[in-house]
Design a protein around this ligand. Structure first.
Ligand code: KIV
Ligand code: ZN
Length: 510
């Protein structure tokens, strides 16, 4: 066993808001990104990559907004090795207390020949020029050799060495296509560490994709072989099969300090709350058997397991639910609960908010507690989401009614209020109550987005549970998510659809 003093500190570079967010179906709007950024800061990541500012004006704006708010960790912006990308990123990161410019260029033969159409010499030259250019504006520069694992190791060492001489403080070795095997990846990292000139002056980072389901295993093998930084995302979201999952890396290192003599500074008790948030805002569900944060991660079904856990928890549990922030079953909250008890529960759930927001959420809690006897933790999480990550409402729900049955089609009537004060009311027929009401909303709004996803579930068990609806709509190649919660499933669907419509109106109106 090692003691805390002997532990090597591994830097956690979170890229949920960049590599995660750029994956299909994982997009987030600005208030959602800001909330995720605040939670990542509270989680204790060392660096959060907030976006790719040159990729769109919206990305630049959101990196800037995050750089203004986040003070407890470094904020990075991704750039290709181009001056215009670096300029966009430095503009976005101007308000950051600890900005990091992250420049990347591919080094593998297939990328250099077919994507970049550059010779290795040109790649080396452009990498050095870009690090030097970035360094003029920012002390903290990271250089990534895209597709490093499929690159000639000696060429990577040469490029890394030159990048370090040019001023890079971190050099990152990505397995961009998730092709490596753990032992092989570990050996490669050791080779790079030992053969890169000047490596002692910089940190060696790894960035693993999960195409063969090995992103975490490869990152951990890299740590065992000298990597100083791991790049990862919450719930492992990211391009294709995703990135290495932060929660698995952090808990793996924490639980096996005896093996790795390493740890991170992440506060593991915040993991569950941020995992839930990312899943909610992206609409990407966490698989039930996902390590650490899946619904079944701490469930014991087999009698022999239940017996063992009851006799001694350690028989079948290597960590406690509380260690990742799943609170123990405690006092039930209902309509007689006071503000103090409510605030304490928010803190236990990793959902602490400022005093003003607390007032708004507490009022909604009281309203809900009037309808439902018991307000569950999931209900509370939904109330917090509704208040903290909603965009300004162009359209507000006023009234609705549906008429449906087995013989005739359904009809829906809805009355909405526009932000300018006018009311609009419309009746529409459809193939069911939801279809009729969504059609009525489209007619009032004057837009017909495609409904790409409609999912409905119960927040908790029992017939008094709140219905939770998730929708994704798309128009002209752009996508927006919406979420709605209500004790009535038709109303939760309307709320979800309207929140996606409001996200669209807000985005298009900017
Ligand atoms: O996967 C990758 O290679 C990347 C780089 C831009 C770091 O995301
Ligand atoms: Zn990546």
């Amino acid at each position: 066993m090692t003691t805390n003093n002997e532990l090597r500190r591994i830097t956690v570079f979170d890229t949920t808001l960049r590599d995660g967010e750029q994956a299909p179906g994982c997009s987030m709007n600005l208030p959602e990104k800001i909330e995720v950024a605040k939670r990542l800061e509270r989680l204790g990541v060392d660096i959060m990559e907030a976006g790719f500012p040159a990729s769109s004006p919206g990305d630049l704006e959101s990196v800037k907004a995050i750089a203004e708010i986040v003070k407890g960790c470094a904020v990075a912006g991704l750039c290709r090795c181009l001056e215009k990308d670096i300029d966009a990123a430095r503009e976005a990161l101007a308000p950051a207390v600890s900005p990091r410019l992250h420049v990347f260029l591919a080094t593998s033969p297939v990328h250099m020949e077919f994507k970049l159409k550059m010779t290795p010499e040109q790649v080396l030259e452009q990498a050095v020029a870009s690090v030097k250019y970035a360094k003029k504006f920012c002390a903290d520069v990271e250089f990534s050799a895209e597709d490093a694992f499929r690159s000639d190791p000696d060429f990577v060492c040469k490029v890394f060495g030159a990048a370090i001489t040019a001023g890079a403080l971190t050099v990152n070795f990505p397995d961009t296509v998730g092709y490596a095997m753990p032992a092989e990846f570990g050996e490669r990292i050791r080779y790079i560490k030992e053969h890169t000139p000047g490596m002692e002056k910089a940190k060696l980072s790894v960035h693993c994709h999960n195409d063969l389901g090995l992103a975490v295993a490869n990152s951990i093998a890299a740590v065992a072989n000298g990597a100083d930084q791991v790049e990862c995302t919450i719930n492992g979201i990211g391009e294709r099969a995703g990135n290495a999952s932060l929660e698995e890396l952090v808990m793996g290192l924490r639980l096996r300090q005896d093996y790795f003599s390493a740890d991170t500074k992440v506060d593991s008790t915040q993991i569950y709350a941020v995992s839930r948030l990312v899943s909610q805002v992206t609409g990407v569900k966490v698989q039930p058997n996902k390590a650490i944060v899946g619904d079944n991660a701490f469930a014991h079904e087999a009698g022999i397991h239940q017996h063992g856990v009851l006799a001694k928890r350690e028989t079948y549990e290597i960590m406690t639910p509380e260690s990742i922030g799943i609170p123990k079953n405690r006092m039930v909250l209902g309509k007689h609960s006071g503000r103090h008890a409510f605030e304490e529960r928010l803190k236990d759930l990793g959902l602490a908010v400022d005093a003003e927001t607390l007032g708004t959420i507490f009022a909604s809690f009281k309203e809900l507690a009037d309808k439902k006897k018991i307000v569950s933790d999931r209900d509370i999480e939904a109330l917090v989401m509704d208040t903290t990550v909603s965009v300004p409402e162009t359209w507000k729900l006023d009234h609705w009614a549906v008429n449906t049955g087995s013989a005739l089609g359904a009809s829906g009537v809805i009355r909405l209020q526009h932000k300018d004060g006018r009311h609009e009311k419309l009746v529409s027929m459809g193939d069911g109550p939801i279809d009729s009401i969504f059609k009525a909303i489209n007619q009032i709004v004057g837009k017909e987005p495609e409904l790409e996803l409609y999912e409905i579930g119960a927040i908790t068990g029992g017939s008094s549970s709140q219905g939770e609806t998730m929708v994704k709509i798309a128009m002209n190649g752009r996508r927006w998510n919406g979420r709605g919660v209500s004790t009535d499933v038709v109303e939760s669907s309307i709320k979800a659809y309207l929140s996606a419509i409001n996200a669209m109106e807000w985005d298009l109106g900017k």
